[in-house]
Structure formats: structure tokens, C-alpha cells
Design a protein around this ligand. Sequence first.
Ligand SMILES: [Zn+2]
Length: 297
Amino acid sequence: MRIAEIVSTIVVALSVCLSSPVVAQPKANKLLGAKRSASNQTPQSHGFYSNGCVAGAQQLAQTGPTWQAMRLSRNRNWGHPDMIAYLKRVSAKVAKLSDWKGLYIGDISQPRGGPMTSGHASHQLGLDADIWMYPPKRLNLSRNERESLSSISVRSKNQRSVSNNWRASHMEVMKIAASDPAVDRIFVTAPAKIWMCNRAKGNKDWLQKIRPFWGHHYHFHVRLKCPKGSSNCKTQTPTVSQLSKGGTGCDETLNWWVTDALKPAKPTGKKPVKRRHPRDFTMADLPQQCSGVLTSR
Ligand SMILES: [Zn+2]
């Protein structure tokens, strides 16, 4: 081998050593997902709904007078204390004012929040909760029943209208859920919002908080505002300016979801922009406080 070749081989080898880290960083969802209990810290949500964590979370009791937590094996019945208080308050109201016995609560967050080992991009701050569309008739489901029972879809097969499972009581329940001042927004399948826009009577201000979104036909998704005392929590800005001005969102734009949005996308020739999914985040991608949340007792 000539000297020049030897030198260039050494240079290449050195630059490889210096430029690429030898050990891949562990994923945040593996680290945070392995924690079985909350951090022993003052309750605080750090970051954004899809990039953050929660300190000092509380566990929602598996069964309460007006709720049951579902899929207990997932250990996702943890949230910021504001969320736990909200679920107790709202389920009690639902039991009192509707013909539902209470609420079946799906995923909230992991004990310390953060990206999850499966599903959801959000639910990281302990401020998002999925509420089943299945109207509870009893609140004594066994652990096994809570694993095997399925929710019901309130959306038709062609995705343009509500299904036969939809009841007027779904609107009553969502109105109660949205009317609570702690709520920032609620995501639900568009046909449900359209139905409610057409049938709601009286003051419709609460409909401002009901936002059409993909999926969300087996459950609706409640998102709370940043709690007091969580100075690192990033408030979500309204995406539709009309909504921020106190509108209900019950206008022709809503129809897009059940018409053009369902047509196959036209090829643009451009490569779709790939955004990183939170499941690929490392701890370095999360707010710095989350490292403290991870290592806290
Ligand atoms: Zn959700």
C-alpha cells in the first residue's frame, strides 16, 4: 500500500470515529414507558401535548362512583391532578344529567407521561384523556372485562354520517364534557360534530371546543388547558382563527371533512414531508425538565 493510501485510510477512519456516535441513544418511550409509578415531585406538565412529560402525576382510581378506567394492563390511567379532578367532576355530572351511568375512561398518560411505547402522538402531559363512546350501563366490570370489552363506533362505514350507535345522549355527554372551564378542546369524528351543530338547542358556545378530527369515533379525546403552576407547559393556539373569536365552527368548512377530505389525494409529484413521530424521540428531544422527571424517585 502506498503512503498516500495509508494516510487517506487513516483520515477516513478518524472522521468516521469523530462524526458518528457509536452508541445509539435509547428512545424516550422505552425509558419513560418502563416507569410504573409517578415521580415524587410537585405536579407540573412540561412541554407540549406531543412533546413533553408530567411530574407528580396522579393515578385515576380503577373504579369510582361514576367511572371505570379501561385496559388496566396498559397502566395509562395517570394524569396531572387537574385531569383526575376533571374526570371525577365531569363523570359525576354525566351520571346525574344523562342516562349514562358514568364514563368509561381510556388512555390518559403513562405514570410520568412522555412518548408512549404504542399508539398516540399526544397524551404526553397528563392533560389528554380518551373517553369511550360506549355508554356505561354498569360500573362493576371486572379487570378481564375491561380488557376484552370493545367500545362502539359512532361513525358510519362510509365515514360521512353518524352510525346507528349514535344517540342524542352522546351530545348531552359531550356538552357536559366541553362546558367545563378546564377544557381547551375536544377531538371527535366530523360526522358527530356536524350532527351536533344541526341539533344543538340554546346556547351553542360549547361547540367551539368540539373539533373535528380523523379517527375519534370509538372515543372522544378531551384536552385540558395548561394548568396553573405549569410554567413550562405550552398552550396550543387555535388553528382556525374563526374559532378563536368565539365561533362555533358550525360552518361550511365542516363539510370538507365528509366530502373532499375523503377523496383520494391527487399526486403532487412532491415527496411528502416526513415528520418524526414521538416514538422516535430520545430524551434530548423532550424538554430538559423531563430528564429530571425520569430520574426522580
Ligand atoms: Zn386520544
